[in-house]
Ligand binder design. Structure first.
Ligand code: SAM
Length: 292
């Protein structure tokens, strides 16, 4: 009995440490039988969705992509057909695509995936900000949001960043993601992002640290925990970015590795819907996970 209890305790994987410490008595627990089964949808489906939305954002944002076209002709040829369509469209509408985007990022999200999300005051009293579906609907089993932040391996130091920080997400394998957009966490993310910049090319998105996000899905760190009368409608799913991920789309990835002493794939965490979510509904996840 004692051994079984100890085994359970050893396999307990917590998500948000300070939150759990304060709310142990009110928790609900999700059982994950095996690590490999902790996925609602396949990695291929996650990748497909990310590529779809990132390509749409890239195309919408051609004016900022001239460095790619100048320095990487293969990227230009990949998008040439789309560039031509865009150019024709801007001529007929009289729109100057050199100066501005055609749509804002939330509109691109809506036009591409059929929904948009935003941060607003939570429907739960004293839960601060939450994330809502503002337009359209999200079908069951869809990627609805991303958890941005600096990615720390188990052995990397996070002590100072973690003090009083409710945005530290723990992955099943112990990797931590610091999604705080303020203070020392913000400075660390910015610094890592500058370090990894490849000439004029951004290898990650830093706009989630500002009010003007360029990847509208990167607000998943504001999703609140479910409660007794608000069941979880999304869950976290880990996704390692494959090596062949297109370089021109990395600028929309809202995660960065803290250090690259040992090369590891970039860890992202996406939020996947557990049921259809309609316009006006708030997203709720479950901060607790038990791994057997
Ligand atoms: C990851 S943050 C979520 C964003 C947060 N609501 C905010 O405005 O910054 C986690 C924190 O949100 C609050 N929170 C999350 N779920 C809650 C709930 N069901 N009821 C009350 N507060 C909640 C707690 O303060 C928790 O430490």
């Amino acid at each position: 009995m004692l051994r079984a209890l100890l085994r359970r305790w050893a396999s307990y994987r917590y998500r948000f440490v300070p939150w759990i410490a304060l709310r142990l008595r009110r928790r609900t627990i999700r059982y994950v039988p095996e690590k490999s089964k902790d996925k609602i949808i396949s990695d291929e489906d996650v990748l497909e969705t990310l590529l779809k939305i990132f390509k749409a954002l890239f195309i919408n944002d051609f004016s900022r992509q001239m460095d790619f076209f100048a320095l990487l002709p293969e990227v230009k040829s990949k998008y040439l057909e789309l560039l031509t369509i865009q150019f024709k469209r801007s001529k007929t509408t009289g729109y100057n695509h050199q100066s501005q985007n055609i749509f804002n990022p939330e509109e691109v999200l809506f036009n591409t995936l059929g929904f948009s999300i935003t941060r607003d005051r939570s429907s739960l009293i004293s839960a601060g900000t939450g994330v809502f579906v503002t337009k359209g609907f999200v079908p069951k089993g869809a990627v609805v949001s991303m958890y941005p932040g600096t990615v720390y391996q188990k052995y990397e130091p996070i002590f100072f960043q973690s003090i009083g920080n409710p945005f530290i997400f723990r992955c099943i394998d112990g990797v931590l993601i610091d999604g705080n957009d303020k203070g020392i966490s913000k400075a660390v993310y910015r610094s890592c992002s500058k370090r990894d910049q490849f000439g004029p090319f951004q290898m990650s998105d830093i706009t989630w640290l500002t009010p003007a996000v360029q990847n509208p899905m990167a607000i998943g760190q504001y999703v609140n925990n479910c409660s007794h009368n608000k069941a979880a409608n999304v869950c976290y799913q880990e996704f390692d970015v494959p090596e062949y991920f297109p370089i021109e789309l990395k600028q929309y990835l809202p995660n960065i590795t803290y250090s690259h002493d040992i090369p590891v794939p970039l860890r992202c965490v996406v939020l996947v819907t557990l049921r259809e979510i309609k316009q006006g509904e708030e997203l709720f996840s479950n901060y607790y996970t038990l791994v057997n």
